[in-house]
Write a protein that binds this ligand. Structure first.
Ligand SMILES: [Zn+2]
Length: 124
């Protein structure tokens, strides 16, 4: 793990908001992605709770609710949020993404998976 998480947990809107260059959507960074992941309403949560949280986070991080939900759904920033995944999320992710061989071998985390399974998701 490369980053120091304890720094700047408080609201420092400056460090992340500077991305001038005409991009309408700010790129999230790994730390924001982790924060967003952890802010997901715990189960059981209603869809309106999730919607409200997603939109609050989107506003806070100057991004879209889709980007927030993609993080929650483990579609983006996988390798950043992975250390924080709940068991349920891990299982769900693996059941959807592992190859047959890994599945049969009973792989329980992406780090144990074969190179192909890991590479498939390493671009986020
Ligand atoms: Zn595999």
């Amino acid at each position: 793990m490369g980053w120091i998480m304890s720094q700047q947990t408080a609201s420092t809107s400056e460090s992340t908001a500077q991305h001038a260059g005409g991009q309408p959507e700010k790129q999230l960074d790994a730390r924001s992605a982790v924060t967003i992941y952890l802010a997901k309403p715990p189960r059981p949560s209603t869809s309106s709770q999730r919607k409200a949280t997603a939109s609050a986070l989107a506003t806070e991080y100057n991004t879209t609710t889709k980007a927030v939900r993609d993080i929650w759904r483990l579609r983006t920033w996988l390798f950043s949020t992975m250390p924080h995944w709940t068991e349920r999320d891990t299982k769900k992710f693996l059941s959807r993404n592992l190859c047959e061989t890994c599945r049969r071998a009973g792989v329980t985390s992406l780090t144990e998976a074969c190179a192909r399974c890991r590479r498939m998701r390493s671009r986020t």
